[in-house]
Every structure is written in structure tokens, then in C-alpha cells.
Ligand binder design. Structure first.
Ligand code: EZ4
Ligand code: CO
Length: 431
């Protein structure tokens, strides 16, 4: 900011770089909260020429905190700023808040960042990936979520995903003696689709149970059965969802080696980066981590010591395209690839942002992709395609997603919580 000639103070009192000619000053910014099947928070920025950009600000189970952060503390700072100054706006929001990092702050910054990239690409008349360096591949390999309470149900779910065009599959399974387990559909919903939605719309979180020893005994046999049924080629993934200690994770990684996993995700709680050293020394099963990380600092040790193989951050929870691009460029120097978070709590806006980044970067690994519900698709009109296991963001200018306000008005916000876990003796455990 100091290198800029001081300009007339903008309405928010800062000397932001002056708006370039052509009507790119930000005229308004709206926070749109809707619940088409599940809750989404969307930021829409409009320039003085009426060009709009969208950003996803959804933080599953804590949605209104980000809506307030944006509405009460960020939107007033955006009015009058030059929509083209993406980097300056990112630095301004990150540094001027003084209170740095954290999921709420970084989700809010991400929404602004992505909306400004959308606007810049629309003004250029180009799909966003062209501004990020252009396409580095023809399509984006995506994996879906198969699950089952027993092997026949799991095999059905895998076959269904193959029929839907998936060519890489995450496998989650019930554990004998444990009633409700993360990532396993309670039942085959109408139409036979296993639809697992982690955030339950209710005033209180659902309670699930957990037993790590039972899990460690059960899971290797499941992967042995899946390999026997589906053969050696199908890429298989598994999510440990932060439940193991380092030594337990090391054992699971070793036990799963014969089944050639694409990755084992979130094997230990993510806060302690050093925990991955022990796991890494004991197993060649590839590791993925980071869906709950917010900044590059959460990856500092992990990337420098090459303790994982895939970075799992979402564009939406890590400060946007600007910040995730930096994390992935850092990771690339250590042969670590992307595995961008993409469950249904990332809105179609957040998914589109991920796809443009996936297409452009060199160190792309895989993209998580759970199809959104038909209700969600009514509110968010998308232009991405999914063919033979590969996604493509499409070639519409910008992100390629439009928000239908009329449709959104039919779906009011409903309180929703992620479940949580207790061990058999009642102790709260990582979920
Ligand atoms: O539980 O996004 O890999 N994917 C996941 C997700 C997370 C949810 C939490 O909001 O672990 O399903
Ligand atoms: Co996960």
C-alpha cells in the first residue's frame, strides 16, 4: 500500500489503490443465506457497471458466524474498492483485521477473493482457469463417496458410483459393534442412492459412537474384500477422520499396504503436524491431510518434511484461490499434490473455484466430488461437466455459476450441526 500515491480516501477511510477506469469500483456486496437441502452462505459482489461475482462462504454447522463476519465487518470495507485489486484486498482483509487466521476469518476472506476472481474473469471474457495460467490437463479426475453397513451394501454402493461415471472411489464402512460411523449412509435413499449428509438439520448435534480398536481390526478385511471384487486398478481412498493416535495410524497404514490405497486421509487429528512423522516412518500408504486447515502455516512442517502426499484444503476454508494457490505452489516443490476438499458442504460456487484451480495447477492430484442435491442445483446454476470420471469447469466467462435468488428465497436457513462422537464409556472423541 505504501508504494501507491495516496489517493482520495475511500468511504471506508483507507487509501486503497484507486479504481481503474471502466467502472470496476465495488458498488455493493450481499450475503445470501439459503438452505436448498443444506445451508449455504454465498457472497455476491457487484461492480458499478453491474458485473457480479460469487464467492462461497459456507462453514458447515457454523454458517451464521461467517455471514455476520462478512455482513457486519467486511462488506462495509469493500464498497468503493477497485474490484480488480484482488491481492491488495486479500492482504488488506488479512492484515487489517489484526486477529489473523481461523476458519471464520479465512472463509470470509475466501468468499471475497473468489468473488473478485469471478468478476475479473468475466471482465476478461474468459473462464477463470485461463487467468490462472490456462489448462494443464484435459479433465479433472474426481472421486466419489461409497459406503455400506456391510459388504453387500458397500459393493452395491461402489457399483452405483461406477455406473454414475466415477473412476476413483472413497470407501467407508460400518464397524461391528459401533452403531453410527462417519461417512456411512444410514440407508439407501429413494432411487437406491446412498446419500450421506453429515450436517443434520436439527437444534442439537447427533451423537455417534466410536471404538478405534474395533475399527483397526475391521477395516483391512474390508479393503481385501473390495480388491478381490473390483480388481487391482480402481483407485481406492479412505478417510480416518482424525480418530487415531500416531501409532494406531501407523498400524492402519501398514495393514492397508497390500490393498494399494490412493490415500489414507486425516489419520490423526490435524493440529499436531509432528504426529505425521511417526506415521510416515512406518508406512508407504500415501497420506492426505488438511480439510480443516485455514492457512499455509498449518502445513509448514508437514510440507517441508514431506510428511504427506496430498493437500486437502478447500478453496473456501483457506482464504480463496489466492491463498490456496500459494499453499499448492509451496507443496509442489516437495512433490506433494492437490486433493481439494469437495463434499456437498462446499457449495457449487466453491466447487467451481476448486475446478478452475485444479485445471490450471501442475501438481494436481485428485478432486473430491459428491454430487449436490437437485434442490441445491436449483439455486446454483452450474456449467461444469462430469464425463468418464473427470470434471471440467466449462468455458463460460468467470466461475461459470449463477445464483437464482427466486429459487433461494424458497429455502430458508435451518440450524444444522455436524455429529459428534463418544467412546463406549461416554468420553467425547474426535469426530
Ligand atoms: O466431514 O465436509 O473428506 N471429506 C470429509 C467431509 C467432512 C465434512 C464436514 O463438514 O471429511 O465429509
Ligand atoms: Co475428510
Amino acid at each position: 500500500m505504501t508504494t501507491h500515491t495516496p489517493t482520495t480516501p475511500t468511504p471506508q477511510g483507507s487509501t486503497a489503490p484507486s479504481a481503474t477506469p471502466g467502472g470496476t469500483a465495488i458498488r455493493s456486496a450481499e450475503v445470501l443465506v439459503s438452505s436448498p437441502g443444506r445451508n449455504f452462505v454465498t457472497l455476491r459482489i457487484t461492480t458499478s457497471d453491474g458485473v457480479t461475482g460469487l464467492g462461497d462462504a459456507t462453514l458447515n454447522g457454523r454458517e451464521l458466524a461467517v455471514a455476520s463476519y462478512l455482513r457486519d465487518h467486511v462488506v462495509p470495507l469493500l464498497i468503493g474498492r477497485d474490484a480488480h485489486t484482488i491481492e491488495d484486498t486479500w492482504q488488506f482483509l488479512y492484515r487489517s483485521a489484526y486477529w489473523r487466521r481461523g476458519p471464520v476469518t479465512m472463509a470470509a476472506i475466501a468468499a471475497v477473493d473468489v468473488a473478485l476472481w469471478d468478476i475479473k474473469a468475466k471482465l476478461a471474457g474468459l473462464p477463470l482457469y485461463q487467468l490462472l495460467g490456462g489448462a494443464s490437463r484435459r479433465g479433472i479426475m474426481a472421486y466419489g463417496h461409497a459406503s455400506g453397513r456391510d459388504l453387500p451394501e458397500l459393493f452395491d454402493s461402489i457399483r452405483q458410483h461406477l455406473d454414475e461415471g466415477y473412476r476413483s472411489i472413497r470407501v467407508q464402512t460400518s464397524v461391528p459393534g459401533v452403531d453410527a460411523v462417519y461417512g456411512v449412509a444410514a440407508q439407501a435413499s429413494e432411487g437406491g442412492r446412498y446419500d450421506y449428509e453429515p450436517a443434520r438439520r436439527a437444534p442439537l448435534p447427533a451423537e455417534e459412537d466410536w471404538d478405534t480398536r474395533a475399527y483397526l481390526r475391521h477395516v483391512p478385511g474390508v479393503f481385501e474384500a473390495v480388491r478381490a471384487e473390483f480388481g487391482p486398478e480402481l483407485p481406492l481412498l479412505h478417510d480416518g477422520h482424525h480418530r487415531m493416535t500416531p501409532i494406531q495410524a501407523a498400524r492402519l497404514g501398514k495393514d492397508l499396504e497390500p490393498y494399494d490405497l490412493f490415500w489414507l486421509e486425516d489419520c490423526t487429528p490435524a493440529e499436531n503436524q509432528e504426529a505425521l512423522r511417526l506415521v510416515r516412518h512406518h508406512t508407504t500408504t500415501p497420506l492426505a491431510i488438511g480439510e480443516i486447515f485455514n492457512t499455509v502455516w498449518d502445513y509448514q512442517t508437514i510440507i517441508r518434511e514431506q510428511l504427506v502426499d496430498y493437500v486437502r484444503s478447500a478453496v473456501t476454508h483457506t482464504g480463496g484461490i489466492t491463498a490456496l494457490r500459494r499453499i499448492l505452489d509451496f507443496a509442489a516443490q516437495y512433490q506433494i499434490k492437490s486433493g481439494i476438499h469437495g463434499p456437498t458442504d462446499i457449495s457449487p460456487v466453491g466447487m467451481a473455484a476448486a475446478l478452475h484451480l485444479d485445471l490450471a495447477i501442475h501438481n494436481f492430484g485428485i478432486q473430491e466430488y459428491m454430487k449436490h442435491s437437485p434442490l441445491t442445483d436449483e439455486v446454483f446454476r452450474q456449467s461444469f461437466t462430469f464425463v468418464d470420471g473427470h470434471l471440467h469447469p466449462g468455458d463460460a466467462p468467470g466461475l461459470g455459476v449463477e445464483h437464482d435468488d427466486e429459487a433461494a428465497a424458497r429455502f430458508e436457513y435451518q440450524p444444522a450441526y455436524l455429529p459428534f462422537n463418544r467412546l463406549k464409556d461416554g468420553t467425547v472423541h474426535d469426530w
